[in-house]
Design a protein around this ligand. Structure first.
Ligand code: FES
Length: 394
């Protein structure tokens, strides 16, 4: 759905001066990536490039079992995501069970596959929240980026969500191709009478990383977008809540990714692989435990994958002696790996990182790409099974 960009929940964590075992907390957030099937083809999708290799999804029973175990361990928030979760015919059953177990449930969707009746039925089954993602504020750009004619339907579905009694939560993933339209995006949200708008900046994982040169916004675009977002935030106070997240490539310090590795966040992928974050499957040396073989408790507390970057002992300099390490945990392990080849390095977003130049070079590459005439500019590579197979040699 592309809206599975930006899911790191917000709280601080990490016990200091304790050994890793003592400091293991309970998983609070479960992100269930129910499927990689998706009618959209967003080039900024954070799903893995080789998603087409995943053939067998967990069954209804297996998902319910995952929900039950995570809930027993104390998880309270459940994100139903994908791919497009609406492609799962058992979605209503999963919602009902999740609700019975006492989860706060959030459906993260493109809206494609939804209709007004389903929105109502999901509500009756106990769904708390639906977040509808848009690709842009205009029909042409939206459909171009989504790779399909979805815009009008999304508009209808945003209204249907509100009519069914949910708050209207819209998510726009922003990047170089749509960020100059931030005012139009917010006007659309106002016209639709949205309650919450998330201006989610693209994070460079999976397909987004592959398309980074074509997606990374330029500094001047961001400065303008931020000013406009703040203006609207002021004007809409008490009316519509606008979340605006600055891209980490333009920050001096890294994000506290997932609020720390194996701290509060648990992802289960369509085939049952349990991960500390949606991108961790790509890291070298991962054992990739599966919920079909091990309990969630065994995975969360005992697996090498989840213990790998818990606490602070794994850190190298400059993180190890940094007085901000309890705030940001050295940043994102997946980003450190993608950019430096070593997942235990400081996230290069940090200006203290010896690899920070990699971020500056990426920004410069994006600028050069942006300045190329359209006929020689690199085309966006769309997220679809054909491209997945071709690029990954499946
Ligand atoms: Fe940040 Fe994996 S996405 S740790």
């Amino acid at each position: 759905t592309g809206s599975d960009q930006n899911k790191a929940p917000g709280s601080t964590g990490g016990a200091v001066g304790m050994n890793v075992r003592d400091s293991i907390r309970q998983p609070l957030w479960l992100l269930a990536e129910l499927t990689y099937a998706c009618p959209l083809q967003c080039p900024y999708c954070s799903n893995p490039m080789d998603f087409a290799s995943v053939k067998k999804e967990l069954t209804t029973e297996e998902w319910i079992n995952v929900f039950r175990q995570a809930r027993e361990m104390g998880a309270t928030q459940l994100g139903l995501s994908g791919g497009e979760p609406l492609t799962r015919p058992d979605l209503i059953e999963l919602i009902r069970e999740a609700r019975n177990l006492g989860f706060y449930t959030n459906l993260i969707t493109s809206g494609v596959g939804l209709n007004a009746d389903k929105a109502k039925e999901f509500k009756e089954a106990g769904l708390d929240h639906i977040q509808v993602s848009f690709q842009a504020s205009s029909e042409d750009l939206n459909n171009l980026i989504a790779g399909t004619d979805a815009f009008q339907h999304k508009i209808e579905m945003a209204k249907a969500v509100k009519a069914a009694g949910y708050p209207m939560v819209l998510c726009f993933v922003t990047h170089r191709q749509n960020i100059d339209k931030i005012d139009e995006i917010l006007d659309l949200a106002i016209n639709l009478d949205a309650d919450y708008v998330e201006l989610a900046t693209t994070q460079y994982y999976g397909w987004a990383m592959h398309n980074r040169d074509q997606l990374l916004p330029m500094k001047e675009q961001l400065v303008r977008a931020e000013a406009i977002a703040h203006e609207y935030q002021e004007k809409q106070k008490g009316n519509m809540k606008i979340y605006y997240v600055v891209p980490d490539y333009y920050e001096d310090r890294p994000k506290a990714c997932m609020n720390g590795w194996g701290n509060v966040f648990l992802t289960v992928t369509p085939d049952g692989t349990a991960l500390p974050c949606h991108a961790a499957r790509e890291l070298p040396g991962m054992e990739l435990p599966n919920v079909k073989d091990l309990s969630i408790k065994e995975i969360w507390e005992g697996s090498n994958d989840f213990n790998r970057f818990r606490g602070f002992d794994w850190m190298k300099e400059p993180c190890r002696s940094c007085d901000e390490k309890e705030k940001d945990f050295g940043g994102c392990r997946c980003q450190a790996y993608m950019l430096t080849g070593d997942p235990a390095m400081a996230d290069p977003v940090c200006t203290k990182s010896p690899d920070h130049h990699l971020i500056l070079e990426a920004i410069e590459n994006g600028r050069q790409e942006a300045e190329k005439p359209a006929d020689i500019a690199k085309p966006l590579v769309f997220r679809n099974p054909k491209n997945s197979k071709e690029i990954c040699g499946l």
